[in-house]
Design a protein around this ligand. Structure first.
Ligand SMILES: [Fe+2]
Length: 473
């Protein structure tokens, strides 16, 4: 963990000057940036939320401090789009930057603009600005980290990978946070299926900092894509004490561990995590919601016998996150809310959910980008999930099959979006339509070709037509 927090002079010497003369604010900016980049809470400053507030209190006119705080909130949850407080904060930030226009740098102005676009859900424009910043300032970690999130939410893996490759050689190896670039680059490589190279970079990141939970997370992805599930279990258990220190990624690493357990049908280990791991038993963050709903749905798809347990867990999840019924935006997290309503929502809740989605799409306060994306994908995707929950599998196939190659645009990782492949295959097999059954066989073979050692995939096929298919060959 770090202790050498950078003051005003240090940031200046790195050619990253900021508009505050408060050394305390500058150091706290470093504290916050470090936590955001490393997915951990700096305990001596009371964690990320506290240090963000302390930073702003140290200098209320600190432009990049406000950009960092608002950006973190906007990248965290769809609820941010509906927060009046956040809206006021961003309007104040824009006004302050205009008032200080002659005193602040172009880099600071760009960051404000990126946040302004982000607030409207216009990730495409925010991404362009962060990329522009990095042309002249390749060591601006706030731009790098936010850009990585931007590419994650837009599903642009190649761009995510290349954005790090462009800046990595320009860093001095002694500069704080340098080590995290390896994990970021490795993750991009894992999403573009360059697994050998991804592993090399992830392991280098871990070698530089064994507490790098994101680099450890990338090793889990590599094992997932290679179908080396036992290797994944061994790695995560061996490094558990290290990535446990990263509050913002550890729950998700347990999710990866559960995916490996699911392959082996080690249900009791999954139930233990669901019941006793706070990220699952007391979910709070959006990532907790995503991990839990996706894991419960996968258990259901794998034919987990105790459906009463799954029902109870889905209902508990709905109760915690029910205020998000009318909050839309990024489809990646919203689709995991739709999974919850598909499993335990009332007809009224599902109607409110879909009606409020239409309101979001019609709301011109939001950017064309996010409204168009929702218009093209989310309505069909959420209705497909609801139909699945209602046992109308044929409707699920009709809605989901035509958009399956567009689903990368909703963001998230290949491993996370894999849930939609599983749902589609299962729905094809369960549909009364013979044509759907045949489509399902094709999708089953397609998935098996990608993951030759996946017992989960084989079980999915075995339950329906595959035995019959082979017998009739
Ligand atoms: Fe992941």
């Amino acid at each position: 963990m770090r202790s050498n927090w950078r003051d005003c002079a240090a940031w200046h010497s790195e050619k990253l000057p900021m508009n505050t003369s408060s050394n305390e604010a500058c150091k706290l900016y470093d504290v916050c940036l470090s936590q955001f980049t490393g997915y951990y809470e700096e305990k001596q400053f009371g964690g990320l939320a506290n240090s963000l507030n302390q930073m702003i209190n140290s200098d209320p006119n600190f432009i990049l401090g406000h950009c960092l705080k608002n950006g973190i909130e906007l990248l965290g949850t769809n609820s941010a789009f509906y927060s009046n407080t956040l809206s006021d904060n961003i309007n104040n930030l824009i006004k302050t930057s205009e008032l200080l226009s002659n005193e602040i740098t172009q880099r600071e102005k760009f960051h404000v603009k990126a946040i302004e676009y982000l607030h409207k859900g216009d990730l495409v424009e925010s991404i362009k600005i962060w990329e522009d910043i990095l042309i002249d300032h390749p060591t601006d970690m706030m731009a790098i980290r936010m850009l990585a999130s931007g590419y994650f939410y837009t599903g642009n893996s190649i761009e995510m990978r290349d954005s790090i490759a462009r800046v990595l050689p320009k860093w001095n190896t002694n500069t704080p946070l340098y080590n995290y670039l390896y994990g970021f680059y490795a993750f991009g490589l894992s999403q573009t299926k360059e697994l050998e190279k991804a592993e090399k970079y992830a392991r280098k990141g871990i070698e530089l900092n064994h507490l790098d939970g994101w680099a450890c997370h990338t090793i889990a992805h590599i094992n997932e894509y290679r179908s080396t599930f036992n290797e994944g279990i061994n790695f995560l258990l061996k490094t558990e004490n290290d990535w446990q220190t990263c509050e913002f990624i550890r729950g998700h690493n347990y999710w990866h561990l559960c995916l490996f357990y699911l392959e082996n049908q080690e249900y009791e280990k999954i139930i233990d995590i669901l019941d006793n791991n706070p990220s699952f038993s007391k979910p709070q963050m959006t990532i907790d919601l995503v991990n839990s709903s996706s894991l419960l749905f996968r258990l259901k798809l794998d034919g987990f016998k105790d459906s009463g347990y799954l029902d109870t867990k889905f209902k508990e999840l709905k109760n915690v996150f029910n205020d998000r019924l009318i909050q839309h935006g990024y489809i990646y997290s919203d689709s995991h809310m739709a999974m919850i309503y598909a499993m335990c929502g009332t007809d009224k809740e599902k109607k409110v959910y879909l009606d409020s989605l239409q309101d979001f799409i019609s709301d011109t306060n939001f950017s064309k980008f996010i409204r168009k994306l929702n218009l093209k994908i989310s309505g069909k995707l959420y209705e497909a999930l609801f139909s699945y929950g209602e046992g109308n599998f044929s409707k699920t196939v009709d809605l989901l099959y035509p958009i399956r190659y567009d689903l990368f645009k909703i963001g998230g990782s290949n491993a996370q979006r894999d849930i939609f492949n599983l749902i589609l295959i299962d729905a094809c097999f369960r549909s009364e339509s013979k044509r759907h059954n045949t489509i399902g066989q094709g999708l089953y073979f397609e998935r098996l070709a990608q993951r030759e050692n996946s017992s989960l995939t084989k079980r999915l096929g075995d339950r329906y037509f595959i035995n019959e298919f082979y017998e009739n060959l």
